[in-house]
Write a protein that binds this ligand. Sequence first.
Ligand SMILES: Nc1ncnc2c1ncn2[C@@H]1O[C@H](COP(=O)(O)OP(=O)(O)OP(=O)(O)O)[C@@H](O)[C@H]1O
Length: 228
Amino acid sequence: MTTTTTTTTGLALTDVSLRFGDGDYTVLALDRVNLRVPRGELVAIVGPSGAGKSSLLAVAGGLSRPSSGSVDVDGVDVTAMPARALAKLRRDKVGFVFQSGNLVPALTARDQLRLVPKITGRPGRDVDELLDSVGMSRRADRRPGQLSGGERQRVGIARALMGGPSLLLVDEPTAALDRKRSHEVVELLARETHEVGVATIMVTHDHDVLVHCDRILEMVDGQLQPHK
Ligand SMILES: Nc1ncnc2c1ncn2[C@@H]1O[C@H](COP(=O)(O)OP(=O)(O)OP(=O)(O)O)[C@@H](O)[C@H]1O
């Protein structure tokens, strides 16, 4: 593992299972998953379609409650947390980055980031400094439609880091990118993870970019195992 700026826990999943449906038609999307990701580590999760990767991100980020087991974010057990407190924790402690960047079409890169403190009510990081660290200073005044896919992902990553999260959950960040841009985006994720000291989990089908990750796990039928 590479350098960390803090020793705080990050994410801990203990014996987490997630079951969908009831009666005869149930799917065990997560099957007794145990995972610790300290702040400062980038963990990649690979695995076939339907294996449970998105379910893992949803449970880790407090979007889905596990059927059993416990979820701990930065030393706080969020498993049975009331909905409002959970929403606040998500806002304050968890950053999400999605496949397409999920940016607001009408806003410039700079304004996407400026929106975050308005939503959270907390000052957050310095916008121009953060745009600079993701290599987007010169494109700060462009809207998503005027940016390439890789640039949009950079802005999406910067936006997710604005509030200083403990946990960064990243879903297929390179799905729409060519090989060179894919490497650049995941290199950026690795650097920010190490420098900022955030616990990052990235789900990916892109085996090319695994070289930038600190640890690689494979999800098979709802169970996590080391990647062979
Ligand atoms: N809301 C839901 N209701 C019922 N079953 C669900 C639901 N969401 C997911 N599942 C099932 O849970 C299992 C895990 O799905 P999940 O989306 O986590 O897999 P995945 O590894 O992310 O797949 P992909 O790579 O295709 O995105 C699958 O069998 C899926 O059909």
